[in-house]
Design a protein around this ligand. Structure first.
Ligand SMILES: NC(=O)c1ccc[n+]([C@@H]2O[C@H](COP(=O)([O-])OP(=O)(O)OC[C@H]3O[C@@H](n4cnc5c(N)ncnc54)[C@H](OP(=O)(O)O)[C@@H]3O)[C@@H](O)[C@H]2O)c1
Length: 244
């Protein structure tokens, strides 16, 4: 299925996985709305390098921003085919340190990863449905599937997003397909100083390496192009969880 001419919003696409997805979609002929909450210069730069792309700054957790993002996309392109919910946040807290994982931390993480993502899907639904094959991909995490990850609130937020993916896929078909990609360790600025974890990963995973952002964007393209796939949580961990 050709994606040429379609329109995508990729949240958190000034860096890492989101940037790679934005670039790959653009190379496939998709018009991409690049987004980030703070890094405006990088976002503007990436959008300027992609054909017919715009950058819209704002946090997906900010009041009213989800509606603004969809409205501005429709004003510019008059359609929305693809929503990639990639923006996310965490706090690195050892799982045993329950004192540090305060309700404030839980709220901060859920505001972005769960509530912000939900609100964007809610605002985008009508436009996605009107294309007849709207597509949502949530970037979740291995941490949402197995008892691992940078903190318990983060892992729980990704588990919520995985389940939301299944519930929405069951609800929104056939007009909208909803899938998730749950990566293990990916080499991005987010994990730049996770050297010990990366070394362990490279020894343990059957694929003997952590993922590159391009591994995730290739998987995203495959899910988008196959119009029979919905309700899947694609564990993209190089087999790490088989041995860990
Ligand atoms: N790297 C990994 O090992 C890994 C593994 C599993 C899952 N993931 C997931 O993959 C996603 C991307 O992570 P990454 O590793 O590519 O990180 P990254 O390189 O740090 O990129 C994160 C992107 O999200 C943006 N962002 C953060 N909060 C935002 C918000 N509230 N609203 C809009 N944009 C926001 C950031 O820009 P601003 O800071 O300017 O907003 C940036 O563009 C996250 O959801 C993460 O949980 C990553």
């Amino acid at each position: 299925m050709a994606l040429t001419g379609q329109v995508a919003i990729v949240t958190g696409s000034s860096s890492g996985i989101g940037e790679s997805i934005a670039r790959r979609l653009s190379a496939s002929g998709v018009k991409v709305v690049v987004n980030s909450s703070k890094s405006a210069a990088s976002g503007e730069q990436i959008a300027s390098e992609l054909a017919d792309s715009i950058y819209i700054q704002g946090s997906i957790a900010a009041d009213g921003f989800a509606e603004e993002l969809v409205t501005k996309t429709l004003e510019r392109y008059e359609r929305l085919d693809i929503l990639i919910n990639n923006a996310g946040t965490t706090r690195v807290i050892p799982h045993s340190d329950t004192d540090q994982a305060t309700l404030e931390v839980w709220r901060e993480i859920f505001e972005v990863n769960v509530f912000g993502t939900w609100e964007l899907i809610r605002q985008a639904r009508a436009a996605l449905e009107s294309t007849g094959d709207g597509k949502v991909i949530n970037i979740t995490s291995l941490a949402g599937v197995r008892p691992t990850g940078s903190s318990i609130p983060y892992a729980s937020s990704k588990a919520a997003l995985n389940h939301m993916t299944l519930l929405l896929a069951a609800t929104l078909g056939p007009k909208v397909r909803v899938n998730a990609i749950a990566p293990g360790l990916v080499d991005t600025p987010w994990t730049a100083d996770w050297d010990q974890i990366r070394t362990n990963y490279s020894k343990t995973a059957p694929m003997l390496r952590s993922a590159k952002p391009e591994d995730v964007s290739k998987a995203a393209l495959a899910l988008l192009e196959n119009d029979y796939i919905t309700g899947q949580i694609l564990l993209l961990d190089g087999g790490f969880s088989l041995r860990h």
